[in-house]
Design a protein around this ligand. Sequence first.
Ligand code: GTP
Ligand code: MG
Length: 243
Amino acid sequence: RKKVMVISTGAKQLDELLGGGIQTMSITEAFGEFRTGKTQIAHTLCVIAQLPTAMGGGNGKAAYIDTEGTFRHERIKAIADRFGIDSEAALENILVARAYNSEHQMDLITEIAARFAEEKGIFRLLVIDSIIALFRTDFSGRGELSERQQKLNQMLSRLMKIAEEFNVAIYLTNQVQSDPGAGMTFVADPKKPVGGHIMAHASTTRLYLRKGRGEERIAKVYDSPDVPEAEAPYAITVGGIVD
Ligand code: GTP
Ligand code: MG
């Protein structure tokens, strides 16, 4: 029997909110407006996943599907420095793939699952940043929403199987809905994740991220039946996510 493991986010209060960190055999979704730290949390998790379990790590490798071109080697190196691990080795332990459309994203997931199978027990984390962006571009027409949701559902079911079969933690980033505002502008509704009930159903844990005062950020567990609606502040630094 596989045992659930947790991977620390780098911030104690955020870890506590999550019951120790993000869990394997589970999907954690983070959504929030731009610059709330979704991508920086992803980078931090990729390094911490490699640390020994005694340090809050998963003692394994990470895979990263980048749909927005925001994966940065320099960020990984700086986070590795914070934890005192070799930065080149830290980078080599992250399998990074850039996805260019939603179908390509699905193909990459299939390839990554094959790697997980080849290197059994070696990978502990799969990041998709973002799960939804390419779907929104590919199915932007008025009549295409149900097809988008159907394809998204297939992808999320595949991801849940991968999480369970290979005992990996899956971290997905999501966006917030934009509603037509005054005049020609669109304003984001920061509290509404994209993806509807398909996304809601697939995520084991949903984190709503928002900006606080100055550089402060706040995470809240969203819509969970068993976790109280607690909040945790965190900050983004050169060394990744901290309290
Ligand atoms: P979108 O993808 O645009 O929706 O945003 P996001 O939620 O992914 O935001 P991201 O994780 O990219 O966070 C951006 C924030 O991280 C910005 O406020 C940056 O100032 C901050 N940031 C990124 N790198 C560093 C760094 O090296 N040091 C510090 N202090 N802050 C950083
Ligand atoms: Mg981002």
